[in-house]
Ligand binder design. Structure first.
Ligand code: LER
Ligand code: MN
Length: 268
């Protein structure tokens, strides 16, 4: 199967480590294009602080489409989450997701719901926190029925909420909104899933987006994930979307990006 490959570029400073490119808009887009990527996934903390015109013209000049926009930095850098005990913080997190929609619509990108859901129930009851995530997603996704959202199961060391593909599917079953699906990530699946390929089959057409990273979060071929088997499972599941590299910039950014392309093109 020929899959389109993208890689994450953060448009604003971020402490999250698994992003190869950050900050150097025109220069980084040029590199990503020259390496042979088909598109670029953007990580954006606050769309209100972007020079939107500059971003749009840089993307156009590079000829790179944007399959997805990551939103988790609002949690990482500002602590905004759907499950914060403070209702004002929760409201700001929901408002931030709404604020991402105009640029996402313009770019035809789906919006990722990762760590913006929060990390821990803290002082509150876990089931109450889970209700808050549901409530937030209803508000956001019902408000923009033409916009796609992808909820990402994230491993237990990063959040208490929705760690597995099964938990993600149960969440979607409760939400019942066609514009919300899942983002599966090989790094998280390697930690949480008994069989990543079976989980891919189980998620089937509800897979809206896909992150690739090896077991150590380095580029594919630096750890022990069998990407041939992953691609075969995605193909059988009918997935025709993007594979987006969310990896550590190691041994250095360009080598990580180049090694990803070289390895993934053996299968796609
Ligand atoms: C984001 O896509 C992700 O995979 C998480 O690990 C973010 O912390
Ligand atoms: Mn991910």
């Amino acid at each position: 199967m020929r899959c389109r490959l993208s890689i994450v570029l953060s448009l604003q400073p971020a402490s999250f480590a698994a992003m190869v490119y950050r900050g150097g808009l025109e220069e980084d887009l040029g590199r990503i294009k020259a390496l042979g990527y088909d598109g670029v996934e953007l990580a954006i903390r606050d769309p209100g602080l972007l020079d939107r015109g500059r971003v749009l013209s840089a993307l156009e000049a590079a000829g790179l489409p944007v399959p997805a926009i990551g939103t988790g930095q609002a949690f990482g850098e500002e602590g905004l989450s759907f499950t914060d005990p403070d209702r004002n913080v929760r409201a700001r997190a929901v408002a931030r997701m709404h604020a991402h929609v105009p640029l996402a619509e313009k770019l035809g990108a789906l919006l990722i719901v990762g760590l913006i859901r929060g990390k821990s129930a803290g002082a509150q009851d876990k089931s109450r926190a889970e209700e808050l995530i549901l409530e937030a997603m209803r508000d956001i996704a019902l408000g923009h029925p033409a916009q796609k959202f992808a909820v990402e199961p994230i491993n237990r060391y990063e959040t208490e909420f929705i760690n597995t593909v099964d938990a993600g599917l149960r969440f979607l079953d409760r939400l019942k909104l066609d514009n919300v699906g899942l983002l599966l990530d090989t790094f998280h699946m390697n930690i949480e899933e008994p069989s990543p390929t079976r989980s891919i089959a189980m998620a089937g057409e509800r897979i809206f987006h896909f992150h690739i990273a090896d077991s150590n979060r380095w580029h594919p071929d630096a750890g022990h994930i069998d990407f041939g088997a992953v691609i075969e499972a995605l193909d059988r599941a009918g997935y025709r979307g993007w594979l987006s590299a969310e990896i550590l910039p190691l041994p250095d950014a360009d080598s990580a990006a180049r090694n990803t392309i070289v390895h993934m093109r053996r299968f796609t």
